[in-house]
Every structure is written in structure tokens, then in C-alpha cells.
Design a protein. Structure first.
Length: 418
């Protein structure tokens, strides 16, 4: 048996190549069945995200080429077109790769948590397609347990390493409890969506989302139980916000110093925390000079991000050590399967020998005293069971295979020569 991890990711292929082999969850069922139907493929799972597409297979042989050819064929690509971008890992290295992916060590953003959820979805899709064999089933279960352990026992995901996360992290430092605060998000792009997710995870209950296109703001607000407004309505709602995070694509500031000054007055000088993560800036720089206003820009967040990266890099070293150990645990289990099959075949052989000798002993009981039959049974069964091992041991001794003899002593419990 051979475990294979085959794929491309953000490190090996540009986005235009990754796009050509990406798979939606809806397309995965048919793809999995096709992949699993290849000769030599005993089990299969597919992980496809914006940053990677990977095949995890259990092969009966050592040649991964049929899976490589299938990947080209399924996506309508010329033979060998993906070869410069592909990586492949076998057995122990494949297990290590899967564990590193699941724990965020192989991600574009070190330690990001989303990949684990995506991997669990890939596992579920493979289960629904009935393409998981016992080897891959055990591997994925082991992977999820290791990922949980790494998240629990290291700080791999506990520090701010993105602009959106850094903004929320800073807000949490200034306001220890975000639950009772009102947060205004200006914009509805990817950064604001990520900030909304972080805020929602921190327990923020009241969220206002402002955007030039109201429908986009409404869609995002609906997801996080907030309410949406258009940018022209900002002056009417600015005073409600304790925290403002802004990231639009505007070429001019959308929040003026005068707007903020009026908002502070309406708040009776209750402090406002503002984060401008847009370039060009969304909030007029002079706002920083207003009393009771704390304005941070992208540059201010860089130190928070760098500190977070240092923390995650240190945690990554701890995670790598844990993964090394867990790879060996899984490989030990995998190797034990060889012993299970060997034991089964040896017991089957012994039982066949027993049945042959027992039949003859029963026949003897019809003509001879029971003592004779029992003596024959014990003597013949002992000789037959010991004949092949004894013959092989004499052969090993004659060829000077001392290691084999030492192994036999251990195997037969004869280490102690007393």
C-alpha cells in the first residue's frame, strides 16, 4: 500500500494555473468517483481551495502517474501541462504534508484556521462519495485530532497576522469586552468581511455595515445579524459607533474630520476607536487631533502584525515537533497492519494443521486406546507446528544470519537464557 499526496498550491503555481484545477463542492462527487475508479486507487479524497488543489489517495502500487494523468484529463488539460507545478509525497512524507496543511503550517497565512474547516469538508465529501478506504479514514481522523491538539497546546492561531485581525485585536486591547459595543464597518470587501467574522467571533452584538452599494452591505449584514446603510447615511450614524473600521476603494476620504467632530459631540465625548485600513485613506488624517478620538492606520497596525508573526513562527516550531511525533504514531499503526495480515495467515495455517491432525486422532479412537490417540495428537501437532520454524532457524544459523536468530529469540520469548 502507498499513501499519496499530489497537488499544487500557492507556493508552486500562480493563480491562473490553480484556477484551472479548482473544484467546487458540487463537482467533487463525480470527480472523486472517477479518481477512485482508476486502477490501483483504493481510496481517494480531494481538497480544493483558492490556494490549493490536492489529491489524497491510497494506492496499491508505487506509480502515481495514473493519478497525475487523470488530473490533466479531468480538467481538459494537455498531458504534462501541470507537471512543472505539481508536488507529490508518499507515505510518511504524505502524512506529514497532510498534518502540516491541516494545522495551517503550509498556508499562505501561517496558522490560519479556515483550512481545517475546508479539510473537514473534503473528508465529508469523500465519505458521501464512498471513496474513503480504512487507511484514509484513519488518516483523516488522526489529522483532525492532531490539528485540535496543535491549536490547543500552541499559540499558532492566537496572534494577529492580518490587517483585519490586527484591527480587531487592537480594539480588544482597548476595550477588554467587545460584547456591549457598537461597531461600524465601512466597506463590504474581503477585508471588511474578514473583520466582521473576527468581530462576530469576539461576541460583538451590534454591527452596522456601510457601503456605497447598499445591496452588498445588506448581504454582509444579513450574515452577521447587523444592519446596513449607504455611505450618504454615515453622518447620521457615526455617533452610534464605539469602534469604526474602514476599508473602501474610494479615492477620497469618506469620513471627514468635521463628521467625526460632530459625532463626538453627540456622544458627549465618549471615546471613539477608529481604524483606517484603506489605501488611499478613508478617514481624514486631521481626525487624529480630535479629543476622545483614537485613530490608527495601516502603518500603525504593522507592529501588531509583526509581533503576531513572531509569536506564530515560534508556535510553528512547537507544532512541527508535535507533528513529527504524530507522523510516527500514524506510521506505526500503518505498519502494524502488515503484522495483522501475517498473524491471520499464520493462525489460518496452524488451524489447518490442527484440523488435519485432529481428524486422524479421532479415527484412531475407533481402533486404539484413547491414550494412544492423545499421544499421537500432542506429538504430531507439536512436530508439525515446529517443523517449518525449526528448519528456517537451522538455515539461518548455517548462513550466519545472527540478526535473524536474535529476532527469533525475542519473538519466541527466549531472550532470557536462565
Amino acid at each position: 500500500m502507498n499513501i499519496l499526496a499530489l497537488g499544487i498550491n500557492h507556493n508552486t503555481a500562480p493563480v491562473d494555473i490553480r484556477e484551472q484545477v479548482s473544484l467546487t463542492p458540487e463537482a467533487c462527487n463525480d470527480a472523486l468517483r472517477e479518481l477512485n475508479a482508476l486502477e490501483g486507487v483504493q481510496g481517494a479524497a480531494i481538497l480544493s481551495t483558492c490556494n490549493r488543489t490536492e489529491l489524497y489517495c491510497e494506492l496499491s502500487g508505487d506509480d502515481p502517474r495514473p493519478t497525475v494523468d487523470w488530473l490533466h484529463r479531468y480538467h481538459g488539460l494537455e498531458a504534462g501541462q501541470l507537471d512543472p507545478y505539481l508536488y507529490q509525497h508518499s507515505n510518511e512524507q504524505a502524512v506529514r504534508h497532510l498534518l502540516r496543511v491541516a494545522t495551517g503550517l503550509d498556508s499562505l497565512v501561517l496558522g490560519e484556521p479556515q483550512i481545517l474547516g475546508q479539510m473537514k469538508q473534503a473528508y465529508q465529501l469523500a465519505r458521501e462519495a464512498h471513496t474513503l478506504d480504512p487507511i484514509l479514514e484513519r488518516l483523516f481522523q488522526h489529522t483532525f485530532a492532531v490539528a485540535k491538539q496543535v491549536r490547543t497546546e500552541t499559540a499558532i492561531g492566537g496572534s494577529a497576522v492580518s490587517v483585519a485581525y490586527a484591527a480587531v485585536h487592537l480594539a480588544r486591547q482597548i476595550f477588554s469586552d467587545l460584547n456591549e459595543l457598537t461597531v461600524l464597518l465601512v466597506g463590504a470587501g474581503e477585508t471588511i468581511e474578514l473583520a466582521a467574522r473576527h468581530l462576530h467571533g469576539q461576541g460583538v452584538q451590534r454591527l452596522i455595515i456601510a457601503n456605497r452599494t447598499l445591496s452588498r452591505a445588506q448581504n454582509l449584514a444579513l450574515e452577521f445579524n447587523g444592519y446596513a446603510i449607504g455611505l450618504p447615511q454615515l453622518p447620521d450614524h457615526l455617533h452610534e459607533a464605539d469602534v469604526i473600521i474602514s476599508s473602501t476603494g474610494a479615492t477620497e476620504p469618506v469620513i471627514s474630520c468635521a463628521m467625526v467632530e460632530q459625532a463626538v459631540k453627540k456622544r458627549r465625548h465618549k471615546p471613539m476607536f477608529m481604524v483606517d485600513i484603506a489605501v488611499p485613506r478613508d478617514i481624514e488624517p486631521c481626525t487624529r487631533k480630535l479629543p476622545d478620538v483614537y485613530l490608527y492606520t495601516v502603518d500603525d497596525l504593522q507592529s501588531v502584525i509583526e509581533e503576531g508573526m513572531k509569536s506564530r513562527r515560534k508556535a510553528a516550531q512547537e507544532a512541527e515537533t508535535m507533528i513529527d511525533l504524530q507522523v510516527q504514531h500514524y506510521m506505526s499503526w500503518l505498519r502494524s497492519l502488515d503484522a495483522v495480515e501475517l498473524i491471520r495467515r499464520y493462525r489460518q495455517q496452524a488451524e489447518q494443521t490442527r484440523e488435519q491432525v485432529l481428524r486422524k486422532a479421532r479415527a484412531m479412537l475407533e481402533k486404539q486406546p484413547p491414550e494412544k490417540a492423545l499421544e499421537y495428537l500432542a506429538h504430531t501437532l507439536t512436530n508439525k507446528l515446529l517443523h517449518t520454524p525449526s528448519s528456517k532457524l537451522r538455515e539461518a544459523a548455517g548462513q550466519g544470519q545472527l540478526d535473524t536468530l536474535d529476532t527469533a529469540r525475542w519473538l519466541l520469548g527466549l531472550d532470557n537464557r536462565d
